[in-house]
Design a protein around this ligand. Structure first.
Ligand SMILES: [Zn+2]
Length: 287
């Protein structure tokens, strides 16, 4: 079980760290490899104490931060939509597919339900072990996804994310709700944020209201979704639904002063029409 420390419970200096434990404060001498010397004038923030059973070694991971306010935010604005079919889609047309992760998560879920139904002492122990393993798996995925999202961006760019209010309310079916609730979106956002800020990229959060319903081309709400396909019934724009949402986030990033999406044009009520994915939509999907 990793232990987390913050500025109240640990202090850092060049030669030692001081941790506050239930038995009082302890000083631990440390040696910093030369490579990390460049971070020593940054501010330390939090620390995580981890014990590696296999190596029988204890590690202390310390995070450092620096103010990047001097960087001018005159670069590109990138909207990032977090969803079910795709974990993340950026307005730069980067898609992070969730199929493989879903498969692995399903295995965890299956194992959990089997162990829960057993209810013995040993199954409970195993259950704990598995949930720890699942958490580490998700953490690793979130690290990799956030790293890939940020790596092509430049200092001065601005990333727009959805403001998540606790567990996101979604009207989807049970399976979709399971995915949204169990996926650690909050963690993914935090990883994106700290990796962005490290690079001098600003992060802004906007109200996600209607981001998946508005047409990013004509701003009409007269739209429909069919699985991953978005169609505007006003201007006939068709594209991947998550990509449309990321375009809308980008738009609301541009309108940040109003803290919301630009005024929506409401046209005729929706007409029931079959959604025919255009070639354009497919091309984006399989790119
Ligand atoms: Zn439209």
């Amino acid at each position: 079980m990793p232990l987390d420390f913050d500025k109240r419970t640990f202090t850092f200096s060049y030669s030692k760290v001081r941790l506050t434990t239930i038995n009082g404060r302890i000083d631990i001498p440390i040696e910093i490899p030369e490579y990390y010397n460049k971070y020593l004038d940054w501010n330390y923030q939090t620390a995580r104490l981890i014990y590696d059973k296999r190596k029988d070694q204890t590690y202390l991971h310390i995070t450092f931060s620096r103010d990047f306010n001097k960087v001018e935010n005159n670069g590109e604005i990138i909207g990032i939509d977090l969803g079910i079919n795709n974990i993340a889609v950026t307005s730069n047309k980067q898609f992070y597919n969730s199929n493989k992760i879903k498969q692995i998560k399903s295995k965890f879920r299956y194992l959990r339900s089997r162990l829960q139904s057993k209810g013995t002492k040993s199954s409970k122990r195993l259950l704990k072990k598995i949930s720890g393993r699942e958490k580490r798996f998700m953490r690793q995925c979130n690290h990799e996804i956030s790293k890939e999202i940020i790596s092509p961006l430049n200092p001065g760019d601005t990333v727009i994310l959805e403001k998540l209010n606790g567990i996101r309310k979604i009207k989807g079916n049970k399976k979709q709700r399971y995915w949204l609730n169990s996926w650690s979106y909050y963690q993914l956002q935090k990883f994106i944020q700290y990796k962005a800020e490290l690079k001098g990229i600003k992060v802004n959060y906007v109200n996600p209201r209607n981001t998946s319903k508005i047409c990013s081309k004509c701003l009409s709400l007269n739209t429909k979704r069919n699985k991953s396909c978005f169609e505007c019934l006003n201007c006939n724009y068709k594209l991947n639904a998550d990509l449309n949402a990321s375009y809308n986030l980008k738009l609301s990033g541009k309108n940040l002063l109003e803290k919301d999406l630009p005024k929506v044009l409401i046209t005729k009520a929706a007409v029931n029409q079959p959604c025919i994915p255009s070639v354009d939509c497919k091309a984006i999907l399989w790119n």
